[in-house]
Design a binder for this molecule. Structure first.
Ligand code: MEV
Length: 425
């Protein structure tokens, strides 16, 4: 197994990092070439992907190190414009790694398609008919998408839901449960629900209105957890036990207070979205599902749970709907996405779902640890100082020295960095 613990990676310049990851076996020649040239999605292709395309828009592509999930090392591709996120995820993953790594799992991978049925004369009778003919409906759905069936997927079940509209009308909604294998499967599901809708109308005596997938994928969940001994959380003057108590207290606020819950969850999604974007997944769908899942008790709450066990360890959990795909959609059209998949080296979408949730948990741990100790500004300032030193023309070997001195002087400006680089007058 190639190790994701790569000390000093952040101190190298970009080409040095590519070389190091290549030498360690993480990147192939083609991956290095693609990243070195900043080879982006080409505009001819972009023109075929969306309407009225004018060009392409690039974002930084980085890697978080130190991740060990279910006893396997991963280098995590992250696409994000915000400084500190990659560093914080890597820092948290290093602590969790020392504690044995993340444990991650998933609960199935069934997606949901909905058929809304209006003007149903007898709701109970309609439900009975639909249930009775469930296998026939599944057959119709599968006939509409033989390619998915050939790949080993297909419709697996039918559910009937009664939904009370705000105006008091009760509607019947048919749910088609679909195994989309390693694809997110939006097109497959939409094709299938359109195919079963006429039969659902006949069985219910009603009229089909919406026929569309649901992004609330509560039959496709992934979870990650970690258990960290307090001494691994010691940070400068902060004793590990203090840090455990601080993180548990921060978690309790996020459980109980909407203002904090949203910020807490935004931090989780910093990590989740960065991996989803890097891997070409539909992050809006997963954002929507994640926030809805955080509200499943009837109140919006924190996505993660942090508690202290009897031995004083910090125990963290995160479970989210995670309908990611490894194939299909626009995955594969973007050279960056291809490198992200090569770095992860996954064979199943379920594994990607577990990786994404582990990154979300790490991201939350990194933010909370900083917040309950020295605060997040110190780390931000240090990163900002590095960028400023680089902007002032510092050679790689000088960047850290100059950045440290800028932070010490409290003068993080290009002029200050130039002065330091010029040496004493
Ligand atoms: C910043 O992008 C994310 C944080 O605000 C998350 C948090 O407060 O937990 C640091």
């Amino acid at each position: 197994m190639v190790s994701s613990r790569i000390p000093g990676l952040h101190q190298l310049d970009r080409m040095g990092r590519l070389q190091r990851l290549h030498d360690a076996g993480w990147l192939s020649d083609a991956d290095v070439e693609s990243l070195a040239d900043g080879r982006a999605l080409d505009s001819t292709r972009a023109d075929k992907i969306i309407e009225n395309a004018l060009g392409v828009y690039a974002l930084p592509f980085g890697v978080a190190t130190n991740f060990r999930i279910n006893a396997r090392d991963y280098l995590i591709p992250m696409v994000i414009e915000e400084p500190s996120v990659v560093a914080s995820a890597s820092h948290a993953a290093r602590i969790v790694r020392a504690a044995g790594g993340f444990a991650a799992s998933s609960t199935g991978r069934l997606m949901v398609g909905q058929v809304q049925l209006l003007e149903v004369p007898d709701l109970e009778a309609a439900e009975r008919e639909i249930r009775l003919h469930g296998d026939a409906l599944i057959g119709l759905a599968n006939d509409a998408h033989p390619a998915m069936v050939r790949r080993g997927g297909g419709a697996r079940g039918v559910e009937v839901h009664h939904v009370l509209a705000d105006d008091g009308e009760e509607m019947l909604v048919l749910h088609l449960l679909v195994d989309t294998r390693d694809a997110m499967g939006a097109n497959t599901i939409n094709t299938m629900v359109e195919a079963v809708a006429p039969a659902a109308e006949i069985l219910s005596g009603g009229r089909a209105c919406l026929r569309i997938l649901s992004n609330y994928t509560d039959h496709c969940l992934a979870g990650a957890s970690c258990t960290i001994a307090a001494d691994l959380l010691t940070s400068g003057d902060y004793d590990g036990r203090q840090v455990v108590d601080g993180i548990v207290a921060a978690g309790r606020l996020a459980e109980a207070d909407l203002h904090r819950a949203v910020t807490h969850n935004k931090g989780v999604m910093n990590g989740v979205d960065a991996v989803l974007i890097a891997t070409g997944n539909d992050w809006r769908a997963i954002e929507a599902a994640a926030h809805a899942y955080a509200s499943r008790s009837g109140r919006y709450r924190s996505m993660t749970a942090w508690r202290k066990d009897e031995a004083g360890n910090l125990v963290g959990n995160l479970e989210l709907p995670m309908p990611v795909g490894l194939v299909g959609g626009s995955i594969g059209l973007n050279p960056g996405t291809r490198v992200a998949h090569a770095l992860l080296g996954l064979s199943r979408a379920e594994e990607l779902a577990q990786v994404v949730v582990a990154v979300g948990l790490a991201q939350n741990l990194g933010a909370l640890k900083a917040l309950v100790t020295h605060g997040i500004q110190r780390g931000h300032m240090a990163l900002q100082a590095r960028s400023v030193a680089l902007l002032a023309g510092a050679p790689s070997a000088e960047v850290d020295r100059v950045a440290k001195e800028l932070v010490k002087r409290g003068d993080i400006t290009v002029a200050g960095a130039r002065e330091l680089l010029a040496g004493p007058a």
